[in-house]
Design a protein around this ligand. Structure first.
Ligand code: AMP
Ligand code: MG
Length: 567
């Protein structure tokens, strides 16, 4: 401001404009003369939108992502075409993000791809039919496979948190299992050999030592031919011993004077082989052997975790599991647990708690991003903040054809994202949207965030989570094959099919009397009815080639969770 005034008169040095920030308010002091006030204000007015955003606390890294050039372009301070009045007008309405365009943008991007509605154009100028091509479910899944980022690799300690992870390296055993020659039974260690020097194992032997399964003991003294050592299951064999005789095959012959210890025992079997009842070093796993391969997962069954634990693995490289944020959208949506009666038009948030549960149940970390209002700035800011915290954003609502459906325009126009599909030929779930958004991380790395904008109707949101979000999360975690397992089930009743769009009908899949899988419908399948998921563990994939699948006929079903025991 001072520089601008000095260009008018050197007397400007006499007035000292002051600017500053108090809490979240930007404060400017202007000279008292109307002329001076106007000159000063004009010199900074184009920068005010940016300054206000920063004063309001917007994170400056995000704000400055495009560098000075973009800031100048947005503020219209270098672009020759932008007049002060259009730039000012523009910013008044849109804030930061796409300055210089006072006119509504055309409905195509520079590459002539269809683009989302311009929310500022109003309901009369919105599309009356979605500009996004209708993809088949298969094509939509291909888009997801293509545009989901490759998995990242991280080090993880070998503890319970490993369950559900996939190895990003081959793991070799550090140690042999067992690490010492161990007895398989309780009994007596002896020297048995086909060698001439060693007499029959049948006979009476002095008990010269004891070997218990305990750690840290010095190695026992060597056994001599004609002696035995008492030994417990898992205990190290004394040096020289070749075999162990089960206690059941022996009798006590004499005891020590105090009566507490065995002195001599008699072995009843003559033909004990060398190596009998002995686990040799490395007979389960040899040190240096590959125990698990890259791409293999650690399951809840416990076997893989146990194997890694048994060979002393401390840390492994695994694929980093994505963190998923869940956002509900809509001015009518209220927290599900808000006390009191509903006011007219209010809807309890069903999707957020349901999706958070489903994501965590699928083994991923989920972050609650709350509810975003249908005001454009609110959604943009919420999504920007979310990108700092999570790898994948799952929103619901705001992808229909209403003028308040802001997800697609916000992703494309404000976040500079790419919508890979915005419509799928399926029921429910037609407006499901999948996008990726470029993002610069704290460390300056260029990343790609994934956004799934699911339909608002709760049953649609859950179906499309299982069908589309899950395969993407699987890919990012290195899990293969991705998605839900598909099985054949027999229908317990007639089920009607949509002949245009692939329909996913919620069912309970159970094991019937002859060990086959059978499916029972959960009833009304309207997309608003989340109750269609109550008790459901499967999604029937109904054919579009017929209007009905009859009771007793078989059909494909995707399995979402456990199939319960048939007892
Ligand atoms: P929209 O696509 O935003 O128009 O939403 C479609 C329908 O789903 C509307 O009836 C919304 O009220 C409803 N809806 C959207 N989000 C939620 C939610 N989180 N919980 C329950 N219903 C929702
Ligand atoms: Mg809505």
């Amino acid at each position: 401001m001072l520089a601008a005034s000095l260009a008018v008169t050197p007397f400007a040095v006499m007035s000292r404009p002051v600017a500053g920030v108090r809490n979240n308010s930007l404060i400017l002091t202007l000279p008292g003369s109307p002329k001076g006030a106007k000159e000063n204000l004009q010199s900074v007015i184009k920068l005010l939108p940016h300054a206000c955003q920063q004063a309001a606390g917007m994170d400056s890294r995000t704000l400055h992502v495009g560098g000075t050039e973009k800031l100048e372009q947005d503020a219209g301070v270098k672009a020759q075409t932008a007049t002060p009045s259009t730039a000012g007008h523009h910013h008044h309405h849109h804030g930061h993000g796409h300055g210089g365009h006072a006119m509504p943008r055309a409905h195509t991007s520079p590459e002539e791809r269809p683009m989302s509605n311009d929310p500022n154009a109003g309901p009369t100028r919105r599309y009356r039919e979605s500009p996004y091509p209708m993809l088949s479910v298969e094509d939509a899944l291909n888009q997801i496979a293509e545009h989901t980022p490759e998995p990242l690799i991280t080090n993880a300690p070998v503890d319970e948190s490993l369950v559900g992870s996939v190895l990003a390296e081959d793991v070799t055993a550090r140690e042999s299992v067992p690490a010492f020659r161990a007895s398989i039974v309780d009994g007596y260690a002896i020297i048995a050999s086909k060698h001439m020097m060693v007499p029959s194992t049948k006979g009476i032997f002095p008990v010269v030592s004891v070997s218990h399964a305990e750690a840290g003991e010095d190695e026992a003294e060597a056994l001599n031919i004609g002696e035995v050592a008492r030994i417990t299951t898992g205990a190290p064999l004394p040096p020289g011993a070749t075999s162990v005789v089960m206690v059941e095959d022996t009798v006590l012959k004499s005891q020590t004077d105090d009566g507490k210890e065995e002195k001599e025992i008699e072995i009843l079997t003559a033909d004990i082989e060398p190596g009998e009842n002995v686990r040799e070093v490395g007979s389960d796993v040899q040190a240096g052997e590959v125990v698990m391969k890259r791409g293999e997962g650690i399951t809840v069954v416990g076997g893989e975790f146990g194997l890694l634990a048994s060979v002393g693995t401390q840390e492994v490289k695994v694929y980093k599991k994505p963190v998923v944020g869940v956002l509900s959208t809509g001015d009518e949506i209220i927290p599900h647990d808000r006390a009191g009666e509903l006011r007219h038009g209010e809807v309890r948030d069903t999707n957020r708690p349901t999706l958070l549960t489903a994501i965590r149940g699928s083994g991923f970390e989920a972050v609650d991003l709350g509810i975003a209002s249908d005001k454009p700035g609110a959604l943009e800011q919420t999504l920007r903040d979310a990108m700092r915290r999570v790898d994948v954003i799952v929103t619901s609502g705001g992808v229909s054809m209403g003028e308040l459906d802001l997800l697609k325009p916000t992703i494309e126009r404000q976040l500079g994202g790419t919508i890979h599909f915005g419509r799928v030929s399926m029921k429910p779930g037609k407006p499901t949207t999948f996008a990726t958004v470029p993002f610069k991380s704290n460390t300056g790395e260029r990343e790609k965030k994934v956004i799934f904008s699911l339909p608002g109707n709760p049953a649609s949101a859950v179906v499309t989570y299982h069908l589309f979000v899950l395969p993407s999360l699987h890919k990012m975690s290195g899990i293969s094959p991705v998605g839900l397992p598909k099985v054949k089930v027999m229908l317990e009743q007639d089920v009607r099919c949509d002949t245009k769009r692939s329909e996913y009908h919620r069912v309970l899949v159970s094991v019937n009397a002859d060990g086959r899988l059978a499916a029972t419908s959960t009833g009304g399948q309207r997309s608003s009815r989340i109750g269609s998921f109550k008790g459901a563990n499967g999604l029937l994939c109904l054919p579009t080639t017929q209007s009905m699948v009859k009771k007793g006929e078989t059909c494909d079903a995707l399995i979402m969770s456990k199939i319960l025991s048939n007892l």
